[in-house]
Design a protein around this ligand. Sequence first.
Ligand SMILES: Cc1ncc(C[n+]2csc(CCOP(=O)(O)OP(=O)(O)O)c2C)c(N)n1
Length: 245
Amino acid sequence: MLPAAQAVATNSVVATLAEVQELAAYLTKKSIWVIGGDGWAYDIGFGGLDHVLASNIDINVLVLDTEVYSNTGGQSSKATPTGAIAKFATSGKRMRKKDLGRMMMGYGYVYVASICSGANRNQTLKAMLEAEQYPGPSLVIAYAPCIAHGIDMARSQLEGKRAVECGYWPLYRYNPTLAAEGKNPFVLDFSKPNWNFREFLLGETRFTALNQQPESVKEALLAQAEHEAKQRFANYLRWQADTLC
Ligand SMILES: Cc1ncc(C[n+]2csc(CCOP(=O)(O)OP(=O)(O)O)c2C)c(N)n1
């Protein structure tokens, strides 16, 4: 842009543009980050989020996914997983968590990452840097253990680690730049889960509250939650193996 302006500049503008040229090293790339919760991203702000991510602009979105509307007292959102107790889902959510990352990967030109700092700081950093560097829209979904989960918040990083290890929360990066290089854009960042899934769920009061339900209901919801997580992991393995993603 500057050389083109210099080519047509006259009079005092020439000196001004020369000064701009001299100071060019100080003109850094503007980094734009939008930060919001799951209630906003998955539900009430989804139309806007979808519109922005479907655009061609270089913008980054970080979703702090507490899996409930935390600020207003823990109402269930579309990010709330099967079986979790929340307001408006007081007997345990009956439907699965919306897969926002998968939806946005469908565009093919949106950078998408699922992260959890308690489980893997290196992957968290990598994803944030890649999102920043990607010259289009980026979405980073971060697992955010919350007081509404009924855990000891002093150990929230450890809870995140457990969530990843048992297959509850996935770590992945989908980078359209790799596809442009003929490579698979989908990278799975966690190895085979230990599937201590139930143990993990029953360590949080949002799931132990299912004890108030008939045993058959509790059992069905816990089994459904685990089945969905296994299905999701199987999908990730397929995508990772797929060279034509
Ligand atoms: C369109 C709209 N509807 C409702 C509200 C009221 N409101 C304020 S904060 C909030 C909860 C947001 O939850 P989430 O996005 O998950 O963020 P968290 O509180 O978990 O950080 C709601 C519903 C709002 N601000 N805007």
